[in-house]
Write a protein that binds this ligand. Sequence first.
Ligand code: SF4
Ligand code: SF4
Length: 177
Amino acid sequence: MSGPKFGTAPNVYNPGEKDTEIIDVLKCAGFDANACMQCGVCTGSCLSGRWTAMRTRNIMYRAAAGDASILEDPDIWLCTTCYNCYDRCPRDLKVTDAIIELRNLATRRGYIHPRHRKTVDILHKSGHAVPINDKTKEIRKELGLEEIPLTIYTDKMEVQKLAKAVFQLPPEEEGGD
Ligand code: SF4
Ligand code: SF4
């Protein structure tokens, strides 16, 4: 794939050939690319944006323009899916769902954020997205519980079955860390 590698895309509009698949996924998510009036209410509502460089309006502007660099921008992974922007958008655009769909498309193209890739790997290996660590085992023991609860965690065969059943990630793009 041409263009900048994951994590190196500038977080500015990158005019070029329009990627219509991006517009299509926005539409499926309930985000009409022509309806966004760039008011910035989504950015002003974004808790993640208070602590990071993520700017929701900027993401939606680039996505609505079909700018493919948005899929390689790590900022789309900073959304906590809190739905503040979704609730406050004066045009009733489904911003959060659109960002989730952008991530899904980015993932299909091999641009999942490395930290999210790690979480998927852990899920494949243990059956849990957040595995039980030594500290948790210790606390469970203190509470008189088994170190490990009887979940998929204890059954390697089930973990293998789950790993085959849940989504498989495409290979890592060069440039991910
Ligand atoms: S709040 Fe809605 S209309 Fe305003 S910039 Fe964000 S997505 Fe566009
Ligand atoms: S859903 Fe995501 S983009 Fe919207 S306000 Fe919450 S963190 Fe920001």
